[in-house]
Write a protein of this length. Structure first.
Length: 419
Protein backbone atom coordinates (compact mmCIF):
# COMPACT_ATOMS: atom_id res chain seq x y z
CA UNK A 1 0.00 0.00 0.00
CA UNK A 2 1.40 3.38 -1.04
CA UNK A 3 2.22 6.05 1.51
CA UNK A 4 2.70 9.80 1.31
CA UNK A 5 5.66 11.44 3.00
CA UNK A 6 5.30 15.15 3.73
CA UNK A 7 7.90 17.41 5.30
CA UNK A 8 6.04 20.34 6.81
CA UNK A 9 6.89 24.00 6.66
CA UNK A 10 7.17 24.73 2.92
CA UNK A 11 5.25 27.73 1.60
CA UNK A 12 2.89 27.17 -1.35
CA UNK A 13 2.98 29.42 -4.37
CA UNK A 14 1.62 29.26 -7.92
CA UNK A 15 -1.32 28.00 -9.95
CA UNK A 16 -3.21 24.74 -9.66
CA UNK A 17 -5.75 23.55 -12.21
CA UNK A 18 -8.87 22.11 -10.64
CA UNK A 19 -10.02 18.73 -12.01
CA UNK A 20 -13.51 17.71 -13.09
CA UNK A 21 -15.83 16.79 -10.24
CA UNK A 22 -15.69 13.13 -9.24
CA UNK A 23 -19.25 13.29 -7.92
CA UNK A 24 -20.51 14.76 -11.20
CA UNK A 25 -18.47 12.38 -13.36
CA UNK A 26 -19.83 9.22 -11.70
CA UNK A 27 -23.55 9.88 -12.38
CA UNK A 28 -22.69 11.23 -15.85
CA UNK A 29 -20.98 7.93 -16.64
CA UNK A 30 -23.97 5.95 -15.31
CA UNK A 31 -26.27 8.07 -17.51
CA UNK A 32 -24.42 6.78 -20.59
CA UNK A 33 -26.28 3.48 -20.03
CA UNK A 34 -29.55 5.21 -20.97
CA UNK A 35 -28.75 5.26 -24.70
CA UNK A 36 -27.11 3.06 -27.33
CA UNK A 37 -25.56 6.14 -28.94
CA UNK A 38 -22.10 7.57 -28.10
CA UNK A 39 -21.85 10.05 -25.23
CA UNK A 40 -18.66 12.12 -25.16
CA UNK A 41 -17.61 13.33 -21.71
CA UNK A 42 -14.76 15.79 -21.21
CA UNK A 43 -13.01 16.91 -18.02
CA UNK A 44 -13.41 13.50 -16.38
CA UNK A 45 -11.01 13.55 -13.42
CA UNK A 46 -8.12 11.10 -13.46
CA UNK A 47 -9.08 9.39 -10.21
CA UNK A 48 -9.61 5.79 -9.22
CA UNK A 49 -13.41 5.98 -8.75
CA UNK A 50 -13.81 7.12 -12.36
CA UNK A 51 -11.64 4.24 -13.58
CA UNK A 52 -13.77 1.86 -11.48
CA UNK A 53 -17.01 3.22 -12.96
CA UNK A 54 -15.60 2.83 -16.49
CA UNK A 55 -14.88 -0.83 -15.66
CA UNK A 56 -18.42 -1.29 -14.35
CA UNK A 57 -19.83 0.15 -17.60
CA UNK A 58 -17.58 -2.06 -19.72
CA UNK A 59 -18.75 -5.15 -17.86
CA UNK A 60 -22.39 -4.18 -18.34
CA UNK A 61 -22.87 -2.86 -21.84
CA UNK A 62 -20.42 -0.20 -22.96
CA UNK A 63 -17.26 0.31 -24.95
CA UNK A 64 -15.01 3.19 -23.97
CA UNK A 65 -12.64 5.08 -26.26
CA UNK A 66 -10.42 8.06 -25.62
CA UNK A 67 -10.20 11.03 -27.99
CA UNK A 68 -6.94 12.86 -28.72
CA UNK A 69 -8.13 15.78 -26.61
CA UNK A 70 -8.56 13.48 -23.59
CA UNK A 71 -12.36 13.11 -23.62
CA UNK A 72 -13.96 9.69 -23.19
CA UNK A 73 -16.61 8.37 -25.55
CA UNK A 74 -18.91 5.83 -23.93
CA UNK A 75 -21.19 3.77 -26.16
CA UNK A 76 -23.57 1.40 -24.40
CA UNK A 77 -24.57 -0.62 -27.46
CA UNK A 78 -23.31 -4.09 -26.58
CA UNK A 79 -25.34 -5.40 -23.66
CA UNK A 80 -23.35 -8.11 -21.85
CA UNK A 81 -24.81 -8.22 -18.34
CA UNK A 82 -27.16 -6.41 -15.97
CA UNK A 83 -25.04 -7.19 -12.92
CA UNK A 84 -22.70 -4.83 -11.02
CA UNK A 85 -20.71 -7.38 -9.01
CA UNK A 86 -19.59 -7.21 -5.38
CA UNK A 87 -15.89 -6.96 -6.26
CA UNK A 88 -16.43 -3.61 -7.94
CA UNK A 89 -19.23 -2.21 -5.77
CA UNK A 90 -17.32 -2.89 -2.53
CA UNK A 91 -14.57 -0.53 -3.71
CA UNK A 92 -17.01 2.20 -4.72
CA UNK A 93 -20.51 2.67 -3.30
CA UNK A 94 -21.44 5.02 -6.15
CA UNK A 95 -21.71 1.94 -8.41
CA UNK A 96 -25.30 1.88 -7.13
CA UNK A 97 -25.90 4.71 -9.64
CA UNK A 98 -26.21 2.11 -12.42
CA UNK A 99 -29.35 0.67 -10.79
CA UNK A 100 -31.83 3.24 -12.17
CA UNK A 101 -30.37 3.45 -15.71
CA UNK A 102 -30.05 -0.35 -16.10
CA UNK A 103 -33.59 -0.98 -14.94
CA UNK A 104 -35.06 1.80 -17.09
CA UNK A 105 -33.23 0.68 -20.22
CA UNK A 106 -33.14 -3.13 -19.94
CA UNK A 107 -35.93 -3.89 -17.44
CA UNK A 108 -33.47 -5.73 -15.17
CA UNK A 109 -30.65 -4.83 -12.80
CA UNK A 110 -28.64 -6.78 -10.29
CA UNK A 111 -26.38 -4.62 -8.14
CA UNK A 112 -24.42 -5.74 -5.12
CA UNK A 113 -25.73 -4.07 -1.98
CA UNK A 114 -23.04 -1.69 -0.73
CA UNK A 115 -22.30 -2.33 2.94
CA UNK A 116 -21.81 0.30 5.63
CA UNK A 117 -18.65 2.32 5.24
CA UNK A 118 -16.13 4.30 7.24
CA UNK A 119 -18.38 7.38 7.48
CA UNK A 120 -21.74 5.79 8.28
CA UNK A 121 -24.28 3.05 7.53
CA UNK A 122 -25.36 4.67 4.27
CA UNK A 123 -28.44 2.61 3.38
CA UNK A 124 -29.96 2.77 -0.14
CA UNK A 125 -33.62 2.41 0.89
CA UNK A 126 -34.65 5.68 -0.84
CA UNK A 127 -33.30 4.37 -4.17
CA UNK A 128 -35.12 1.05 -3.76
CA UNK A 129 -38.43 2.46 -2.52
CA UNK A 130 -38.49 5.01 -5.34
CA UNK A 131 -37.97 2.35 -8.02
CA UNK A 132 -40.67 0.19 -6.43
CA UNK A 133 -43.10 3.12 -6.60
CA UNK A 134 -42.23 3.37 -10.31
CA UNK A 135 -43.37 -0.22 -10.84
CA UNK A 136 -40.23 -2.25 -10.24
CA UNK A 137 -40.18 -5.50 -8.34
CA UNK A 138 -37.14 -5.26 -6.06
CA UNK A 139 -35.81 -8.01 -3.81
CA UNK A 140 -32.67 -8.37 -1.71
CA UNK A 141 -31.00 -11.74 -2.14
CA UNK A 142 -27.52 -13.04 -1.39
CA UNK A 143 -26.23 -9.51 -0.84
CA UNK A 144 -27.62 -8.24 -4.13
CA UNK A 145 -30.44 -5.87 -5.05
CA UNK A 146 -32.44 -7.66 -7.79
CA UNK A 147 -34.75 -5.31 -9.67
CA UNK A 148 -37.10 -6.15 -12.54
CA UNK A 149 -39.91 -4.48 -14.36
CA UNK A 150 -42.38 -5.95 -16.87
CA UNK A 151 -42.43 -3.51 -19.78
CA UNK A 152 -41.42 -0.02 -18.68
CA UNK A 153 -41.17 1.86 -15.41
CA UNK A 154 -44.00 4.33 -14.92
CA UNK A 155 -43.89 7.91 -13.66
CA UNK A 156 -44.72 8.53 -10.00
CA UNK A 157 -44.85 11.24 -7.36
CA UNK A 158 -42.01 10.50 -4.93
CA UNK A 159 -40.95 12.32 -1.81
CA UNK A 160 -37.55 11.71 -0.18
CA UNK A 161 -37.65 11.49 3.64
CA UNK A 162 -34.31 13.35 3.76
CA UNK A 163 -32.20 14.82 1.00
CA UNK A 164 -29.99 12.29 -0.76
CA UNK A 165 -27.63 13.12 -3.61
CA UNK A 166 -27.30 9.74 -5.33
CA UNK A 167 -30.95 8.74 -4.67
CA UNK A 168 -32.08 11.95 -6.42
CA UNK A 169 -29.69 11.14 -9.30
CA UNK A 170 -30.70 7.48 -9.59
CA UNK A 171 -34.43 8.19 -9.73
CA UNK A 172 -33.97 11.19 -12.03
CA UNK A 173 -32.13 8.93 -14.51
CA UNK A 174 -34.69 6.11 -14.21
CA UNK A 175 -37.55 8.59 -14.77
CA UNK A 176 -36.05 9.75 -18.10
CA UNK A 177 -37.07 6.47 -19.80
CA UNK A 178 -40.23 5.84 -17.76
CA UNK A 179 -43.74 6.14 -19.15
CA UNK A 180 -45.34 9.38 -17.98
CA UNK A 181 -44.25 12.11 -15.60
CA UNK A 182 -42.24 11.71 -12.39
CA UNK A 183 -42.20 14.34 -9.67
CA UNK A 184 -39.37 14.12 -7.15
CA UNK A 185 -39.94 16.04 -3.93
CA UNK A 186 -37.40 17.07 -1.27
CA UNK A 187 -34.56 16.51 -3.75
CA UNK A 188 -30.92 17.20 -3.03
CA UNK A 189 -29.85 20.46 -4.70
CA UNK A 190 -26.11 19.92 -5.22
CA UNK A 191 -24.41 21.41 -8.33
CA UNK A 192 -23.61 17.83 -9.42
CA UNK A 193 -27.36 17.17 -9.76
CA UNK A 194 -27.77 20.23 -11.98
CA UNK A 195 -24.84 19.02 -14.08
CA UNK A 196 -26.45 15.59 -14.49
CA UNK A 197 -29.76 17.20 -15.52
CA UNK A 198 -27.91 19.23 -18.16
CA UNK A 199 -26.36 16.08 -19.59
CA UNK A 200 -29.71 14.25 -19.57
CA UNK A 201 -31.43 17.14 -21.33
CA UNK A 202 -28.63 17.22 -23.93
CA UNK A 203 -29.44 13.51 -24.47
CA UNK A 204 -33.05 14.41 -25.25
CA UNK A 205 -34.57 14.01 -21.78
CA UNK A 206 -37.00 16.45 -20.22
CA UNK A 207 -35.79 17.30 -16.70
CA UNK A 208 -36.93 20.51 -15.00
CA UNK A 209 -36.18 21.99 -11.60
CA UNK A 210 -32.75 20.39 -10.91
CA UNK A 211 -31.01 22.55 -8.30
CA UNK A 212 -34.31 23.13 -6.45
CA UNK A 213 -36.02 20.73 -4.07
CA UNK A 214 -38.60 19.62 -6.67
CA UNK A 215 -37.69 17.98 -9.98
CA UNK A 216 -40.10 17.10 -12.75
CA UNK A 217 -39.14 14.51 -15.35
CA UNK A 218 -41.26 13.70 -18.40
CA UNK A 219 -40.34 10.23 -19.62
CA UNK A 220 -39.17 9.74 -23.21
CA UNK A 221 -39.20 6.52 -25.29
CA UNK A 222 -35.45 6.78 -25.86
CA UNK A 223 -32.48 9.11 -25.38
CA UNK A 224 -29.71 9.90 -27.85
CA UNK A 225 -25.98 10.67 -27.75
CA UNK A 226 -24.53 13.97 -26.53
CA UNK A 227 -21.32 15.83 -25.68
CA UNK A 228 -20.87 17.18 -22.18
CA UNK A 229 -18.13 18.83 -20.10
CA UNK A 230 -18.24 17.82 -16.45
CA UNK A 231 -18.22 20.69 -13.90
CA UNK A 232 -15.13 21.43 -11.79
CA UNK A 233 -14.61 19.67 -8.51
CA UNK A 234 -15.70 22.04 -5.74
CA UNK A 235 -14.26 19.70 -3.09
CA UNK A 236 -10.83 19.42 -4.70
CA UNK A 237 -10.87 23.23 -5.12
CA UNK A 238 -11.93 23.67 -1.49
CA UNK A 239 -9.10 21.40 -0.34
CA UNK A 240 -6.48 23.49 -2.22
CA UNK A 241 -8.14 26.63 -0.91
CA UNK A 242 -7.56 25.44 2.65
CA UNK A 243 -4.00 24.42 1.76
CA UNK A 244 -3.50 28.01 0.61
CA UNK A 245 -5.15 29.39 3.74
CA UNK A 246 -2.83 27.32 5.94
CA UNK A 247 0.45 27.55 4.01
CA UNK A 248 0.02 29.75 0.95
CA UNK A 249 2.02 32.79 -0.04
CA UNK A 250 -0.29 33.13 -3.00
CA UNK A 251 -2.20 30.29 -4.58
CA UNK A 252 -4.33 30.56 -7.67
CA UNK A 253 -6.99 27.92 -8.35
CA UNK A 254 -7.85 27.93 -12.04
CA UNK A 255 -10.83 26.46 -13.92
CA UNK A 256 -13.00 26.24 -10.83
CA UNK A 257 -16.53 27.49 -10.28
CA UNK A 258 -16.74 29.99 -7.39
CA UNK A 259 -20.55 30.02 -7.62
CA UNK A 260 -20.69 26.34 -6.58
CA UNK A 261 -18.33 27.09 -3.72
CA UNK A 262 -20.22 29.92 -2.03
CA UNK A 263 -20.75 28.11 1.31
CA UNK A 264 -17.05 27.24 1.55
CA UNK A 265 -15.90 30.70 0.46
CA UNK A 266 -18.20 32.37 3.00
CA UNK A 267 -17.05 30.07 5.80
CA UNK A 268 -13.35 30.65 5.07
CA UNK A 269 -13.74 34.42 4.61
CA UNK A 270 -15.50 34.50 7.98
CA UNK A 271 -12.43 32.81 9.50
CA UNK A 272 -10.24 35.61 8.16
CA UNK A 273 -8.88 33.90 5.04
CA UNK A 274 -7.93 36.30 2.30
CA UNK A 275 -9.78 35.23 -0.89
CA UNK A 276 -10.18 36.95 -4.27
CA UNK A 277 -12.71 35.61 -6.72
CA UNK A 278 -13.06 36.13 -10.46
CA UNK A 279 -15.15 34.21 -12.99
CA UNK A 280 -13.22 30.89 -13.08
CA UNK A 281 -10.33 31.64 -10.71
CA UNK A 282 -9.94 31.91 -6.95
CA UNK A 283 -6.80 33.36 -5.36
CA UNK A 284 -5.95 32.70 -1.72
CA UNK A 285 -3.24 33.93 0.60
CA UNK A 286 -2.65 32.66 4.13
CA UNK A 287 -3.71 35.39 6.58
CA UNK A 288 -1.47 36.44 9.48
CA UNK A 289 -4.05 34.98 11.80
CA UNK A 290 -6.88 32.49 11.17
CA UNK A 291 -9.86 33.01 13.49
CA UNK A 292 -11.75 30.11 15.06
CA UNK A 293 -15.23 29.88 13.57
CA UNK A 294 -17.98 27.36 14.25
CA UNK A 295 -19.21 25.13 11.45
CA UNK A 296 -22.29 23.05 10.76
CA UNK A 297 -22.39 20.76 7.70
CA UNK A 298 -25.64 20.38 5.79
CA UNK A 299 -26.86 19.53 2.29
CA UNK A 300 -26.29 22.13 -0.43
CA UNK A 301 -26.51 25.14 -0.25
CA UNK A 302 -25.12 24.49 3.23
CA UNK A 303 -21.47 23.80 3.98
CA UNK A 304 -20.57 20.38 2.44
CA UNK A 305 -19.80 17.41 4.66
CA UNK A 306 -17.06 16.54 2.13
CA UNK A 307 -15.16 19.67 3.29
CA UNK A 308 -15.56 19.14 7.05
CA UNK A 309 -12.35 17.20 7.74
CA UNK A 310 -10.22 19.72 5.82
CA UNK A 311 -11.80 22.61 7.72
CA UNK A 312 -11.03 20.88 11.00
CA UNK A 313 -7.35 20.64 10.03
CA UNK A 314 -7.41 24.39 9.43
CA UNK A 315 -9.15 25.07 12.75
CA UNK A 316 -6.24 23.40 14.60
CA UNK A 317 -4.26 26.46 13.41
CA UNK A 318 -6.95 29.03 14.20
CA UNK A 319 -7.01 31.31 17.24
CA UNK A 320 -9.74 30.29 19.65
CA UNK A 321 -12.25 27.46 20.05
CA UNK A 322 -14.42 26.23 17.21
CA UNK A 323 -17.37 23.85 17.40
CA UNK A 324 -17.81 21.66 14.32
CA UNK A 325 -21.15 19.88 13.93
CA UNK A 326 -21.49 17.04 11.40
CA UNK A 327 -25.15 16.56 10.50
CA UNK A 328 -25.03 14.49 7.28
CA UNK A 329 -23.20 11.28 8.26
CA UNK A 330 -23.04 9.47 11.61
CA UNK A 331 -19.30 8.74 11.70
CA UNK A 332 -17.35 11.38 9.95
CA UNK A 333 -14.75 12.17 12.59
CA UNK A 334 -12.31 9.34 11.81
CA UNK A 335 -9.58 11.91 11.13
CA UNK A 336 -9.77 13.23 14.70
CA UNK A 337 -7.79 10.38 16.25
CA UNK A 338 -5.02 10.88 13.71
CA UNK A 339 -4.98 14.69 14.13
CA UNK A 340 -4.66 14.10 17.89
CA UNK A 341 -1.56 12.00 17.22
CA UNK A 342 -0.09 15.05 15.47
CA UNK A 343 -0.74 17.24 18.53
CA UNK A 344 -4.18 18.73 17.84
CA UNK A 345 -6.50 19.61 20.72
CA UNK A 346 -9.90 18.19 19.71
CA UNK A 347 -12.69 16.69 21.80
CA UNK A 348 -15.60 14.78 20.28
CA UNK A 349 -19.04 14.98 21.83
CA UNK A 350 -21.56 13.00 19.74
CA UNK A 351 -21.92 14.66 16.34
CA UNK A 352 -19.84 17.63 17.45
CA UNK A 353 -16.10 18.20 17.64
CA UNK A 354 -14.60 21.00 19.69
CA UNK A 355 -11.25 22.22 18.38
CA UNK A 356 -8.96 24.44 20.42
CA UNK A 357 -6.28 26.30 18.52
CA UNK A 358 -3.76 27.20 17.55
CA UNK A 359 -1.75 24.08 18.32
CA UNK A 360 1.72 23.25 17.14
CA UNK A 361 1.39 20.10 15.04
CA UNK A 362 4.27 17.65 14.81
CA UNK A 363 4.84 15.15 12.02
CA UNK A 364 3.79 11.57 12.80
CA UNK A 365 2.86 8.28 11.16
CA UNK A 366 -0.86 8.44 10.51
CA UNK A 367 -3.48 6.38 8.75
CA UNK A 368 -5.96 7.51 6.10
CA UNK A 369 -9.41 6.13 6.89
CA UNK A 370 -11.61 7.61 4.16
CA UNK A 371 -11.25 9.95 1.24
CA UNK A 372 -11.79 13.34 2.89
CA UNK A 373 -10.17 12.31 6.18
CA UNK A 374 -7.02 11.59 4.15
CA UNK A 375 -7.11 15.10 2.71
CA UNK A 376 -7.22 16.60 6.21
CA UNK A 377 -4.09 14.66 7.17
CA UNK A 378 -2.26 15.98 4.10
CA UNK A 379 -3.22 19.53 5.10
CA UNK A 380 -2.06 18.98 8.67
CA UNK A 381 1.20 17.50 7.35
CA UNK A 382 1.87 20.66 5.32
CA UNK A 383 2.14 22.80 8.48
CA UNK A 384 3.43 20.19 10.94
CA UNK A 385 6.93 20.31 12.30
CA UNK A 386 8.96 17.51 10.68
CA UNK A 387 7.88 14.49 8.67
CA UNK A 388 4.37 13.07 8.39
CA UNK A 389 3.86 9.68 6.76
CA UNK A 390 0.29 8.90 5.70
CA UNK A 391 -0.54 5.24 5.21
CA UNK A 392 -3.37 3.82 3.03
CA UNK A 393 -3.22 6.54 0.41
CA UNK A 394 -5.55 4.50 -1.79
CA UNK A 395 -8.43 6.29 -0.06
CA UNK A 396 -7.09 9.61 -1.33
CA UNK A 397 -6.50 8.26 -4.84
CA UNK A 398 -10.24 7.46 -5.13
CA UNK A 399 -11.10 11.13 -5.43
CA UNK A 400 -8.01 13.32 -5.86
CA UNK A 401 -5.80 13.55 -8.93
CA UNK A 402 -2.25 12.77 -7.71
CA UNK A 403 -2.00 15.23 -4.86
CA UNK A 404 1.77 14.84 -4.60
CA UNK A 405 2.15 16.22 -8.14
CA UNK A 406 -0.23 19.11 -7.66
CA UNK A 407 1.04 20.14 -4.21
CA UNK A 408 4.63 19.38 -5.22
CA UNK A 409 4.35 21.81 -8.15
CA UNK A 410 3.21 24.47 -5.67
CA UNK A 411 6.33 24.02 -3.54
CA UNK A 412 5.25 21.44 -0.96
CA UNK A 413 7.77 18.81 0.09
CA UNK A 414 5.68 15.71 -0.61
CA UNK A 415 6.47 12.35 -2.15
CA UNK A 416 4.76 9.03 -2.70
CA UNK A 417 6.43 5.98 -1.26
CA UNK A 418 5.36 3.05 -3.41
CA UNK A 419 4.99 -0.33 -1.79
N1 LIG B 1 -29.60 8.06 3.18
C1 LIG B 1 -30.52 7.14 3.63
N2 LIG B 1 -31.11 6.31 2.69
C2 LIG B 1 -30.80 6.37 1.35
C3 LIG B 1 -29.83 7.32 0.92
C4 LIG B 1 -29.27 8.16 1.86
O1 LIG B 1 -30.83 7.06 4.79
O2 LIG B 1 -31.35 5.59 0.56
C5 LIG B 1 -28.95 8.97 4.16
C6 LIG B 1 -27.44 8.69 4.30
O3 LIG B 1 -27.17 7.63 5.16
C7 LIG B 1 -26.91 10.02 4.78
C8 LIG B 1 -27.84 11.04 4.11
O4 LIG B 1 -28.98 10.30 3.68
O5 LIG B 1 -27.03 10.13 6.16
C9 LIG B 1 -27.25 11.74 2.91
O6 LIG B 1 -26.54 10.82 2.09
P1 LIG B 1 -26.54 10.92 0.51
O7 LIG B 1 -27.41 9.85 -0.04
O8 LIG B 1 -26.80 12.32 0.06
O9 LIG B 1 -25.04 10.53 0.17
P2 LIG B 1 -24.57 9.80 -1.13
O10 LIG B 1 -25.47 10.17 -2.25
O11 LIG B 1 -24.35 8.36 -0.83
C10 LIG B 1 -23.01 11.70 -2.03
C11 LIG B 1 -21.56 11.83 -2.36
C12 LIG B 1 -20.75 11.82 -1.06
C13 LIG B 1 -21.22 12.98 -0.19
C14 LIG B 1 -22.72 12.87 0.05
C15 LIG B 1 -23.30 14.06 0.81
C16 LIG B 1 -21.42 10.85 -4.55
C17 LIG B 1 -20.95 9.74 -5.41
N3 LIG B 1 -21.16 10.75 -3.24
O12 LIG B 1 -23.14 10.45 -1.35
O13 LIG B 1 -19.39 12.00 -1.42
O14 LIG B 1 -20.54 12.98 1.03
O15 LIG B 1 -23.43 12.78 -1.22
O16 LIG B 1 -23.05 15.23 0.14
O17 LIG B 1 -21.99 11.82 -5.04
C18 LIG B 1 -17.05 11.87 -1.14
O18 LIG B 1 -16.91 12.30 -2.29
O19 LIG B 1 -16.08 11.77 -0.33
C19 LIG B 1 -18.37 11.44 -0.68
C20 LIG B 1 -18.53 10.63 0.36
Amino acid sequence: MDKLKITGGARLNGRVEIAGAKNAALPALAACLLTDQPVELSKLPKVRDVRTMLRVLEQLAASVTETESGSSIITADRYASHEAPYDLVKTMRASVLVLGPLLARYGRARVSLPGGCAIGERPINFHIEGLQRMGADVTLEHGYVEARVEGKLHGARLSFPTKSVTATENLMMAACLAEGTTTLINCAEEPEIVDLAELLNAMGASVHGAGTDEILVEGRPFLHGAKHRVISDRIEAGTYLIAGAMAGDRLELVDCDPFHMRPVLEQLSGAGVDIEVSERTITVTAPDRIEARDLRTSPHPGYPTDMQAQYMAMMTQAHGTSVIAETVFERRFMHVGELLRMGADIRIDGHTAVVVGPTKLTGAQVMATDLRASASLVLAGLVADGVTVIDRVYHLDRGYEPIEHKLGALGASIERIRS
